[in-house]
Write a protein that binds this ligand. Structure first.
Ligand code: ADP
Length: 400
């Protein structure tokens, strides 16, 4: 079965066409600047030249139309007909407490996703637009929603209840949800395969370090605790997000600068993180380069970031009875997969726990590898994530 995987952002749309017979990637692409001047589609069918199409796209339906045309284009397409698409899988950010697993999209499911817009005002609306656009363009094809929050629904209450009045949880569902679940789940399954254990016996601390970043404790193959919270802002500092700060800073800034809730939200979501500290960039490659050429604030940004990753990993060890019961610490996503420096610096800060990295083994980018020495108390691994494949697998399973 051929599955189209779609990940809609507010002005972007990423897609992959995967042939589940052998789990082969057939085509992938990115639509940028939907609804803004300068819309662009970058399409690539594996084994053919890349194609860039520039034309105005007023909404996600317009964007998907071009995606579909690209997929069946005579010269640079991957299929001869859209009828070959067996199902469509969507990444949906917030499933709230309603979804602990992926589901086939029905009217009832759409209502539940819409109800969760209240807790995910930035994320769920574009996902809804993507689903509606596919319904309009491919009315007979089944669609599946795969939620970023679903994997974390197994967390015990002690790890998801915030110490604020309990009524706020009851009235507004304010609790920790956690995100990046599809990625944490994928690397959990891969780690089990690599270590030759069954998934329901595996204990890990998984570090998804990309533009957004989160760390999860996985116990018996299930999410037990995670750093992102009610929104994807909590936990680690990220490219532009502050991560954990004293909550009083929010009200202090509002009264000191006489700014609104929206304005302070913009500061902590878009102007903070390593961008905020360094003043250089939100991209870790730029910051590493600036740090190498002596920029002190870039060095500080990296140090704050790496220290924060190490502190969370260290605190998550308290979820286990002994170091021996932790099967591995996993690094994944943009930075986790591609930055030997970040991995080395984080692991150096964890040497009190007997963690020891093999510097030669660690010199890799984007490949699966155990990078700890044989003396290390806990194995450290790099596992490139593949959220799209995970979505395609769930989609196939549910529509079959
Ligand atoms: P997203 O959260 O957008 O999916 P990614 O997982 O693609 O993000 O991660 C993007 C981040 O990974 C960027 O900040 C980028 O700088 C970082 N990154 C990618 N490659 C490297 C590299 N070779 N060295 C350091 N950082 C890298």
């Amino acid at each position: 079965m051929k599955i189209l995987v779609i990940n809609c952002g507010s002005s972007s749309l990423k897609y992959q066409l995967i042939d589940m017979d052998g789990e082969k990637l057939m085509a992938k692409g990115l639509v940028e600047r939907i609804g803004i001047e300068g819309s662009k589609v970058k399409h690539e069918t594996i084994g053919k030249d890349k194609e860039v199409i520039e034309q105005p796209l007023k909404d996600h339906k317009d964007a998907l139309k071009i995606v579909m045309e690209s997929i069946v284009n005579k010269n640079y397409g991957a299929l001869s007909s859209l009828d070959e698409i067996g199902a469509v899988g969507h990444r949906v950010v917030h499933g709230g407490e309603d979804f602990a697993e992926s589901v086939v999209i029905t009217e009832e499911v759409m209502k539940a996703i819409e109800a969760n817009v209240e807790v995910a005002p930035l994320h769920n609306p574009p996902n809804i637009m993507g689903i509606e656009a596919v319904s309009a363009l491919l009315p007979n094809v089944k669609q599946v929603a795969v939620f970023d929050t679903a994997f974390h629904q197994t967390m015990p209450a002690k790890n998801y209840i915030y110490a604020i009045p309990y009524e706020e949880y009851e009235s507004y569902k304010i609790r920790r949800y956690g995100f990046h679940g599809t990625s944490h789940k994928y690397v959990t399954q891969r780690a089990a395969e690599i270590l030759g254990k069954s998934v329901d016996e595996i204990n890990l601390i998984t570090c998804h370090l990309g533009n957004g970043a989160s760390i999860t404790t996985v116990k018996g193959g299930k999410s037990y605790d995670t750093t992102m919270g009610f929104t994807p802002l909590e936990g680690l500092p990220m490219g532009t997000r502050s991560g954990n700060i004293d909550p009083a800073i929010v009200t202090f800034l509002m009264s000191k600068k006489n700014i609104s809730a929206e304005e302070v939200d913009k500061i902590i979501n878009k102007e903070s993180g390593v961008l905020g500290i360094s003043g250089v960039s939100s991209d870790f490659r730029d910051i590493e380069e600036a740090a190498d050429s002596g920029n002190e604030r870039a060095k500080l940004a990296l140090d704050v970031y790496e220290t924060s990753v190490a502190k969370f990993v260290a605190s998550y060890m308290s979820h286990f009875d002994s170091l021996e019961s932790i099967d591995g610490i996993v690094f994944t996503a943009g930075l986790g997969e591609n930055s030997p420096e970040t991995r080395e610096h984080v692991c150096e800060k964890l040497k009190a726990f007997g963690i020891e990295i093999d510097k030669a083994e660690n010199k890799i980018r984007g490949e699966e590898k155990i990078i700890s020495t044989s003396n290390s108390k806990i194995k450290v691994m790099v596992i490139p994530t593949n959220e799209e494949l995970m979505i395609a697998r769930d989609t196939e399973l549910l529509v079959k």
